[in-house]
Design a protein around this ligand. Structure first.
Ligand SMILES: *[C@@H]1O[C@H](CO)[C@@H](O)[C@H](O)[C@H]1NC(C)=O
Ligand SMILES: *[C@@H]1O[C@H](CO)[C@@H](O)[C@H](O)[C@H]1NC(C)=O
Ligand SMILES: *[C@@H]1O[C@H](CO)[C@@H](O)[C@H](O)[C@H]1NC(C)=O
Ligand SMILES: *[C@@H]1O[C@H](CO)[C@@H](O)[C@H](O)[C@H]1NC(C)=O
Ligand SMILES: *[C@@H]1O[C@H](CO)[C@@H](O)[C@H](O)[C@H]1NC(C)=O
Ligand SMILES: *[C@@H]1O[C@H](CO)[C@@H](O)[C@H](O)[C@H]1NC(C)=O
Length: 339
């Protein structure tokens, strides 16, 4: 009896240890098998946050990038831009697929978003995410920017065909079923290629003028009011605000167009455009110019972007990268022009 006692207690503690090990082994095995699910979930969240920042004004590249991760961006919107912040909202179910059946949650955490040379430019408070055959993503908050230059630099790279990368760091906790909490350390570099905005603006059917009215004696000096139909270059809703493009013709200043409130919507965007142009120059070119009768070729150069009167540096950087030329057939609008 006295001999068997220590044996029994050692056997018990041994069993405890085995049970503990088994939990850890189960956990490790689970993580080995499913680590990619969490990775994809993280990537999805980060894509939601960055791509809009980086790809505002930048076309379908973002779309295909997101699609690669089978992330459905419907419903994502960026609104209320300010010089050092904007609002991000999205409510979305992410389907994990692949027979994933674990349930648990990823704790809320602050994701630090940095340039490739490790300058932090934003901290995104990622909300708690619950898993269970999928994940619920519910975001409705401001993203504060701590380094505007960093973001503007990225916007310029993104808009001029250069490759660039963004670093994400964060330390969330992952809890799955009855398994011990795992302390994760995310340190992920996302590399992306820029997109040529000019090429997009010049592409067939990127925008059409759907109506055109001449204004007389407008107190702000505008001489036409048009409606423009645009293909949204981004796969999400982006409220850009007040955007100005300068216009020129054959190197001479023609005037500018003012888009008082540009909101890029998922599918069809329609926006009012007020123009202040040199009509003499336009008519001369249409009648006597080098092109077909009635046609004018106008060079468009992005100038500025502001919201509620405040310059929005990161959008302005993308707008300024727009440099395109477009041919407009004025005879199409003859009836409204002659009215
Ligand atoms: C973008 O494309 C246009 C026309 O295809 C080209 O002239 C321009 O150099 C390109 N810009 C960049 C930054 O690659
Ligand atoms: C321009 O046209 C739009 C829509 O037709 C109208 O709502 C707006 O008031 C017009 N703006 C000016 C300055 O005429
Ligand atoms: C512009 O018009 C062309 C030809 O009618 C059409 O194919 C294209 O989809 C239109 N683009 C937009 C943005 O509405
Ligand atoms: C572009 O338009 C703005 C706004 O009207 C004007 O102040 C600026 O001088 C123009 N720039 C050029 C290069 O024409
Ligand atoms: C977008 O425009 C296209 C072409 O004009 C049209 O067929 C489609 O129904 C529009 N979609 C929405 C949501 O308005
Ligand atoms: C408009 O264009 C004509 C012809 O190019 C030029 O002579 C005139 O000075 C311009 N007007 C203004 C206000 O710039």
């Amino acid at each position: 009896m006295s001999k068997s006692d220590p044996e029994e207690s050692s056997a018990t503690s041994h069993t405890d240890e085995v049970a503990k090990l088994t939990i850890w082994q189960r956990f490790k095995r689970h993580m080995k098998k499913w680590w990619w699910v969490y990775l994809i979930a993280f990537i999805c969240i980060f894509l939601v946050v960055f791509l809009p920042i980086i790809y505002v004004g930048i076309p379908h590249f973002a779309n295909s990038y997101i699609n690669k991760y089978q992330y459905d961006e419907t419903g994502l919107s960026i609104t209320n831009p300010r010089p050092t912040a904007f609002h991000v909202s999205q409510s979305k179910k992410i389907s994990m697929g692949g027979g994933f059946s674990g349930s648990g949650h990823l704790s809320a955490f602050d994701a630090s978003i940095r340039t490739s040379d490790n300058r932090e430019f934003a901290i995104f408070p990622v909300p708690e995410i619950k898993f269970g055959g999928g994940a619920d993503l519910d975001i409705d908050q401001d993203l504060d920017l701590s380094c505007i230059d960093c973001l503007s630099d990225l916007a310029v790279s993104a808009a001029t065909d250069k490759s660039f990368s963004v670093l994400v760091k964060g330390k969330p906790n992952l809890k799955l079923g009855g398994l011990p909490t795992a302390h994760l350390n995310i340190d992920k570099t996302l590399s992306m290629n820029g997109y040529n905005v000019t090429e997009f603006v010049n592409s067939e059917g990127a925008f059409n003028i759907t109506s055109l009215d001449l204004l007389q004696d407008n107190e702000d000096g505008y001489n036409f009011n048009a409606t423009l139909a645009l293909r949204n270059p981004t796969p999400f809703t982006v409220e850009m605000g007040h955007v100005i493009f300068n216009l020129s013709m054959g190197g001479s200043d023609l005037g500018y167009v003012d888009l008082p409130s540009l909101m890029l919507k998922q599918e069809n965007t329609s926006t009012v455009v007020l123009g202040k142009v040199n009509e003499t120059m336009l008519v001369q070119e249409a009648l006597l110019g080098s092109g077909e009768f009635g046609e004018v070729t106008i060079d468009v150069q992005g100038y500025s972007c502001d919201y509620n009167g405040q310059n929005i540096p990161y959008f302005a950087a993308a707008i300024k990268a727009v440099s395109a030329s477009t041919t407009v057939d004025l005879t199409k609008y003859a009836s409204s022009l002659l009215d």
